[in-house]
Design a protein around this ligand. Structure first.
Ligand code: ADP
Length: 320
């Protein structure tokens, strides 16, 4: 391959820049040029790109967000849009594409692979960590650490005022961030979309905890499980506690990536470029334990990543 393209697409995640840098430098090291398309798939359709040399990706390892910007492209969801994208890639002499993004973006990559036999390689980038075929996706560790820092601060004021705080973290379809952040901050309850819960039982356990001398509590709730404001209202009505709530929101997406996410992104980005340049295609790279792996996109996208039951049990046991 003489020239490959790289995009960041869908939800942004801290560490995407480190991944772009790795793709570029690994490819350049093998004598292959790289172009970066702006705004994900939309940039391919609109011919919006920039040539990426080593200097173009200097100094971005520390930065959050994505220098290539990202977007949700409706035209790319149509057959015409994808044909246009392939036409543009071919005109530019781009022989392969690295797609850094979540399951939607990886589905787009699979379409290019299956419909046009175009060489693609996926890199999991998502703060939600809900992508199969890898233990970690880029951005999750940073998002969890951001949530933990915020919850620790809230814990101080919850303790001082003897209050219950309900803290809503990201996770529309799953509770990976909630479980990790809840465990790391010693939350008294963690509510996630995957597991049914009873608010009355939670109120009972808060009362029992108060009888045991616990005067403040933290409840971490994934956005897909409930709204923090509703839970706060319920607790205030049904317990002697004065409850407050906080929605962490988009702050969990931003910020400088942790060392873990930077190294993960570098390893995955370089692995993706190397696999593509070695003739592999239609795959997503990932980590299994500490080992780099690669799986067919069709497998990754047809399987579901579930929360480790041992961690769920630990949440319960530690909340006593
Ligand atoms: P994420 O990659 O974070 O999951 P989205 O689900 O919004 O984010 O997907 C990002 C983009 O990937 C979409 O805007 C679209 O351009 C492309 N995409 C998503 N799903 C498909 C699909 N089924 N077919 C083709 N392209 C898709």
């Amino acid at each position: 391959m003489q020239k490959i393209g790289v995009i960041t697409s869908g939800g942004d995640a801290p560490g995407m820049n480190a991944a772009v840098r790795a793709v570029v430098r690994a490819a350049l090291g093998r004598g292959c040029e790289v172009v970066g398309f702006i705004h994900g798939y939309q940039g391919i359709i609109d011919n919006e790109f920039l040539p990426l040399d080593s200097r173009a990706v200097g100094g971005i390892i520390t930065t959050g967000g994505t220098m290539l910007r990202t977007a949700r492209s409706k035209p790319f969801m149509t057959a015409e849009g994808r044909s246009k994208a392939i036409e543009n890639l071919k005109k530019l002499g781009v022989d392969g594409l690295v797609v850094i993004g979540g399951d939607g973006s990886l589905t787009g990559a699979l379409r290019l692979h299956e419909e046009f036999d175009f060489p693609v390689m996926g890199v999991p980038g998502s703060i939600d960590n809900d992508i199969s075929g890898t233990d970690f996706s880029i951005g999750f560790d940073t998002a969890v650490n951001t949530a933990v820092e915020a919850i620790d601060r809230v814990r101080d004021t919850a303790y001082s005022h003897e209050r219950v705080f309900v803290i809503e973290v990201m996770g529309r379809r799953n509770g990976f961030i909630a479980v990790e952040a809840g465990l790391a901050t010693g939350a008294e309850a963690v509510l996630i979309p995957e597991i049914p819960y009873s608010l009355l039982e939670i109120c009972d356990s808060l009362r029992v905890a108060a009888e045991r001398g616990k005067r403040s509590s933290i409840i971490v709730v994934a956005e897909g499980a409930a709204r923090a404001s509703d839970i706060q209202e319920f607790i205030t009505k049904n317990t002697p506690y004065e409850a407050r709530y906080l929605v962490l929101g988009h702050m969990q997406r931003g910020g400088s990536p942790t060392a873990f996410d930077r190294v993960l992104a570098l390893r995955l980005g370089a692995h993706a470029a190397n696999r593509l340049l070695s003739g592999f295609r239609g795959e997503m790279v990932g980590v299994d334990g500490n080992h780099l792996v690669s799986h067919p996109l069709s497998y990754v996208l047809s399987s579901e990543r579930v929360i480790d039951p041992e961690k769920l049990l630990l949440c319960e046991v530690m909340a006593r």
